[in-house]
Design a protein around this ligand. Sequence first.
Ligand code: PLP
Length: 451
Amino acid sequence: MKTESEMNQVVGKEASLLWNAMHRYNPEAEQVVAVKGEGSWFTDESGKRYLDGVSGLWCLNLGHGREEIVEAAAEQMKNLSYFPLTMNHQPAIKLAAKISELLGGKYQTFFSNSGSEANETAFKIARQYHNQTGNPQKYKVISRYRGYHGSTLGALSATAQANRRVKYDPGVPGFLHVYPPYSYRSIFDGSPEESDLKAAQLLEEMINWEGEETVAAFIMEPFISGGGVIVPSMKYIQRVAEICKKYNVLLIMDEVVSGYGRTGKMFGFKHAAGVQPDIVTMAKGLTSGYLPLGATAVKSEIYDVFREAGKDSHFRHVSTYGGHPAACAVALKNIDIIERENIVERVRTLAGTKLSELHHLIDHKNVGEVRQIGFLLGIEMVEDKQSKLPMSDEKLAKIIGLCKEKGLIIGKNGDTVPEQNNVIIVAPPLTSTVEDLDFLIDTLTSAIRSL
Ligand code: PLP
C-alpha cells in the first residue's frame, strides 16, 4: 500500500494536465502542489510548508481548517443538499438579513457564486432599475483605470487594466473608464488628497460630457486591490458618492476583496464616513473561501422597483448554484466567527502594531511607496526613487522566488501594462499569529534588502 506522501506525489504528477492560472510565469518552472492547510500555512506534496501571505486569492480570511465551518457545510448538506433560489431556503434568508444588518440600512441581497457574477448582477440591476424608472437611456457603467472587477466579459469590461484585456477586447459596449485616485503617479499636482479630489472631479466631467441621462452606474473598489493596492483619501470616496447622487448614477461598491474585515472595518466603504452605496458586491471573504458564494446587496428602494405586481418588473436573472444552501451556511458561520473573535478589531490593531513594520522598507532605494489599509499592503517597487521607473519583472520575480524558497508566498500586481506590474502584495489571513506575521515581515524584508 502507498504511503500518504507517495499518494500525494502521484497527484502532483497528474497536475501537469491541469490548466491553472499561472499565466505570466514560466510553464516549465516547478509548481507547488498543495496537499494540506493549517491556519495561515499550507504544505506541498514534498512536505515543505509555506506561509500564505496573500490568503490564496485574498479570500482565506479565517485561514485553513476551521472545524466549525466544515461542520456547518456538512450539516447543511445532510439537511438540504441543494435548493434553487427561484424559491427560498433558510440559510439564504438568514444570510440576506445578516448582510443587511452589517451594511447598515436596508438592503436586499441576490446571491451568485463569485465576485465576477456579483458584479454582472449589479450591472444588470442598475440598467433595469433605470429602465423601469423612466430613464431607459441610462445604461453606461463607469469604472476606474487599474480597477479589477472580474473575469467574465461584463466584469472584464469594467476592469480597466489593459494587460488583462488586450487579447479579449472588444469588451461589452457601454463601459467607460476614468482616471483613478493614484497620487503616487498622478498627473495632478498638490497633496495626495488634492490630487485624489481632482480625480473625482474627472468623474463628474465624464458624466457631464457623456450626458448624465446616459450613465447608469459607477463601480469602484474602496481600495483598488488587484491594480496595486491603491489607498485613496477618504474625501475622494465621499466626493464620488456625492457626484453619483447628484446625477442619479448608482454607486456600486465592489467589496469583493475589502469586505469582511480585510481593511480593519467590516466593509471598506465604512472608512469613509457618511457613504452608503446603492449596491454592494461581495464574495471571497464572505465565506473565507471555504465554498464559492457571491452576493449583490441592493438598497431596498432600488429593489422595490423590481416588484411592481403585474408590470413584468422582476429581475430576469437566475443562477443554478447561486446562494447554494451549504455556501450560505458557511457564510453565516464565517460571519459568526468574525464577530465572536473580534477579527475586525484584531486586524485594526495588528495592522498598526505589526504589519506596519513593513513601512520601514521605504528607506530602500527600490521602494517607491508602501501603501496599507488593514491587512492589505502594497509595496511599489521602482528602479529608482527619482524616475519612479517600475522595477523590471525579472527583479520582482527574484524577490518573489527568494520568498518562496524560504516558505513565504507573496504576490505582485498592478497589471495596467506589462511593465507596470510592479507592486508586491501582502494580504495574509486575518487570523495570522504574531509569529506568522514576524516570519512574513522578516522573510520579505530580507528578500528585498538582498537586491
Ligand atoms: N472584484 C474584485 C475587486 C476582485 O479582486 C475580484 C477577484 O479577484 C473580483 C471582483 C472577481 O471575483 P471572482 O474571481 O470571484 O470572480
